[in-house]
Write a new protein. Structure first.
Length: 202
């Protein structure tokens, strides 16, 4: 277990040191694999799996490849790979859901124009939910992985106590949480309504 953890840390350190273009290529590849997995889940859940080979003249392989390339094009053009992986926020997940919704609508529109109906509405919902879950979960893993590696650099952290749990204290807390040199021990506040309360995961 310790050896595996050491391997992951070393690999992560090498990943962070890679050029930005190469790291982006890796993320694009992973997202393409996720789209493929989402298609596979939908095909697996189809009641009549043999019917997918009989729809119009569009081969199923063309349908999948077109969906993958269209998805990656939407992700790149809407800035999915511009955000720093270690600073994933809730807005990131809403953006992922919106991008995948655009992807579903685009594929559905193209299929309608070609008179191809491979998926039912339920299948498209499953495809949307699957891509949202897998891509979001991947981003969370990458974020936590990078934060873990950064924490390893600062084994001796400075303990910090924040006086005041108001807006100013919360802003200071959010700023210090991103700085791996400090460990926030607790807040001090004379407001009895705030005592014994928990902020974030601290």
């Amino acid at each position: 277990m310790i050896k595996l953890k050491s391997i992951l840390i070393n690999f992560g350190g090498n990943f962070i040191s890679l050029p930005r273009s190469l790291r982006r290529t890796i993320l694009v590849t992973l997202d393409a694999i996720i789209i493929l997995i989402s298609f596979a889940v939908c095909f697996y859940l189809l009641e009549d799996r043999q019917a997918i080979y009989k729809i119009n003249s569009t081969p199923i392989s063309v349908f999948i490849i077109r969906g993958v390339f269209l998805g990656i094009l939407i992700y790149i053009s809407t800035g999915q790979y511009n955000r720093l992986s270690s600073y994933i926020i809730s807005k990131t997940f809403y953006s992922i859901c919106l991008r995948n919704l655009i992807l579903v609508l685009c594929i559905f529109t193209i299929n309608s124009i070609n008179s191809s109906r491979i998926f039912s509405l339920d299948s498209w919902v499953i495809f949307w939910l699957t891509t949202n879950f897998l891509i979001s979960y991947l981003r969370i893993i990458i974020r936590d992985w990078i934060n873990l590696l950064q924490n390893k650099k600062y084994k001796k952290k400075k303990n910090v106590v924040i006086y005041g749990a108001g807006n100013a204290g919360l802003q200071l807390y959010a700023s210090l949480k991103e700085n791996k040199k400090y460990r926030i021990k607790f807040f001090v506040d004379d407001d009895p309504m705030l005592q014994k309360r928990v902020i974030g995961s601290s």
